[in-house]
Design a protein. Structure first.
Length: 346
């Protein structure tokens, strides 16, 4: 069984990347790695910012927009600006995590962060100063967006943004370092659900309901499952360092089971949301992702192989890649269902 046929096809992209600059950008966006040989400045920053995972946040914004599509008072200007804001916030978080983890000594040449992709500082892609400047510039741009949205929609926008920023910083930064105390995973669930989807919806509409907050949770579960998978992969590295992520606390076998439970709960919660009216019934199209869940289920039931059965660009990450493969199917199907509902006025 092939858990991700698309991973096997990525090797073919290398030739394209070698022939064109756009191909190099595409390869970096698909794999989080640069192609072999000299790289241009755009490819460099795609890798440094881990832009390959930014679509996770873009989809969260699209979910919010489709939920708001026919709501009274929706303003598409503020919706688009809010989506740009959450994507920039995710980008800033990626940069800050690398900066903080390097400063605290968590990221080293033998740690997975430097193995599945070049580490911005340790690999020499950028200097620490350049990373700090990038963090300040992205956060400054986000601050401008926050001011505009706050003037348009009022103080709740500030509450959403401030909560998201504080949780993002606290994820890796001292003194809280939530990731180190088994709280990083709940952090991501809250950020990608109520804060991102809920906050973007509020920016678009100017109000929010409990149904929207509930509807934000299924996709947040998918995002959290990817982080859970990543932290399962990193147990052998995190445990000796005293980084007590949730998978470290649970142990590998129970952590793998918990990750599967999160992915399965996505479908259960979709059904619940439809039954209580939080999601329109076409959202049930997301249940089509059960097929992909079935293809990776057996891999999650057993320890990580010594070597990947197929090329995995982000190796030694294995369970994270499997969870991401599932997200890439289930997430777009949810978006498709919401788009059908928005177009049909359901």
């Amino acid at each position: 069984m092939n858990p991700d046929r698309s991973c096997a096809r990525l090797d073919g992209v290398t030739d394209i990347a070698a022939r064109s600059r756009v191909g190099a950008w595409y390869y970096a966006l698909r794999t989080t790695n640069p192609p072999e040989g000299p790289i241009d400045v755009v490819t460099r920053w795609i890798v440094v910012s881990r832009a390959a995972v930014l679509p996770m946040t873009l989809v969260a914004g699209v979910v919010a927009g489709l939920l708001a599509a026919r709501a009274p008072g929706v303003d598409w200007r503020w919706l688009v600006l809010a989506v740009v804001g959450i994507v920039l916030a995710h980008l800033a978080n990626n940069l800050m995590n690398d900066l903080y983890d390097t400063s605290t000594g968590s990221d080293t040449a033998s740690y997975p962060r430097a193995l599945y992709a070049p580490h911005p500082i340790l690999s020499g892609l950028v200097t620490r100063r350049a990373l700090v400047v990038a963090v300040l510039m992205v956060n400054a741009a986000d601050l401008v967006i926050l001011v505009v949205l706050a003037l348009a929609r009022g103080w709740p926008i500030v509450a959403f943004a401030l909560a998201g920023f504080l949780l993002s910083v606290a994820y890796t930064a001292p003194p809280l370092r939530l990731k180190k105390h088994g709280l990083g995973e709940p952090d991501v669930l809250v950020v990608w659900g109520p804060l991102m989807v809920g906050g973007t919806y509020y920016a678009a509409v100017g109000s929010i309901t409990w149904q929207v907050l509930l509807a934000s949770l299924p996709y947040a579960l998918l995002c959290t499952s990817v982080l859970m998978g990543k932290h399962v992969d990193k147990i052998p590295y995190d445990a000796p360092l005293g980084i007590r992520t949730l998978p470290v606390l649970l142990g590998e076998q129970r952590a793998r089971a918990a990750t599967l439970a999160m992915m399965a709960s996505f479908y259960l919660l979709i059904v619940v949301c439809v039954l209580v009216g939080a999601l329109p019934w076409p959202a049930l199209l997301a249940l089509g992702g059960l097929y992909r869940l079935g293809t990776i289920w057996s891999w999650f039931r057993q320890p990580r192989p010594e070597q990947p059965p197929r090329p995995v660009p982000v190796w030694p990450l294995w369970f994270a890649a499997l969870a991401f493969v599932h997200l890439r199917v289930a997430g777009p199907l949810l978006v498709l269902g919401l788009a059908v509902a928005a177009i049909a006025g359901i």
